[in-house]
Design a binder for this molecule. Sequence first.
Ligand SMILES: Nc1ncnc2c1ncn2[C@@H]1O[C@H](COP(=O)(O)OP(=O)(O)O)[C@@H](O)[C@H]1O
Ligand SMILES: [Mg+2]
Length: 360
Amino acid sequence: MTAQQQQQAKEEISVMEEEEEEAGSLSSQYIISVKDLSKTYDGKIKAVDNVSFNVKEGEIFGFLGPNGAGKSTTINMLTTLIRPTSGSAVICGYDIYKHATEVRRSVGVVPQEYTADEDLTGLENILLCADLYGIPRSNSKAHAQELLKLVELEDAANRKVSTYSGGMRRRLELACGLINYPKLLFLDEPTLGLDVQTRAAVWNYIRMLKEEYHMTLFLTTHYMEEADSLCDRIAIIDHGHIVRIGTPDQLKASVGGDVIVVGVKESEPDISSEIANIRLVKDVKKRGNDYRIKAEMGEEVAPEIIDLIRSKGLHVTKISLTKPTLDEAYLEFTGKTLREEETSRMQMFSQRVTMMRARR
Ligand SMILES: Nc1ncnc2c1ncn2[C@@H]1O[C@H](COP(=O)(O)OP(=O)(O)O)[C@@H](O)[C@H]1O
Ligand SMILES: [Mg+2]
């Protein structure tokens, strides 16, 4: 690594540290500001352990972590459903302890477990949610119809929820979460147990809420692809701790950058050291006629590499660019893969039991 590259790497790390430091102070300039929040259940189970972070207005912010990491507990504290053991949080400008009612009025929540009443219709369930918010029926009827349209349940509005599919139930929960026109919506595992197509549909609703309704979204997930494709920023949470916060690209980049492989027709001369001098290149290895190059922002670096090779009178025969995945970032920061956790059969079983109970 050249001195210039070392400097660059240092600067990047210090930007990330600054962002983390920023998360250490409580501020009402953010729509969510959390400082040293902890929850210990029964005096011994440390479910959430000193988490601090800020969420900007208009962001989709994700909590990514395995079962039992403390995601639901965090949401429950931020939405004032449970009381933290220690720490503080300001939501939409309101302190969660002093102004719990205002917090509840400002946010929408789509809980992890289904809460709809099976024996009521979709429409009746939404009206019931409106009643809980004290919205008069004269207003809530029209709004409920709008929401049913938004989540494409108009045709099923007058059917009992017991006849709904998993995807329809999720959409109904989403509609209930939107009943009070929230600025900020909390979604706890919004696609848990859904098939791939239904999951994609839910992602589209979430993106629409951000883009068309300028809503801020806080979601939890243990699906890597979900966090990667939806979130502007992600906090990786493990055993109640936030181990890293960043954009998906930052998290991936901190694993060590992209890998560019360039094939050159001529095996000599070896121009590794010249490639290594290109800005953002971190490492170069030559194997036969191929150069294997590690770099930050590979797509910007690749053309420079090709120009350099050509300027030496050499011929490029092939080029490939591979981006690190969020899986690798997760492994780097937690020491394990999320998939190992995901496929634990006991956990799948216990999740299913919870969902079945919730449906009853
Ligand atoms: N009401 C509760 N009483 C005791 N322990 C709980 C309670 N709720 C959650 N826990 C424990 O706290 C930890 C975090 O749980 P949770 O916040 O539900 O995680 P996640 O949503 O990430 O799966 C787990 O060890 C869980 O067993
Ligand atoms: Mg949970």
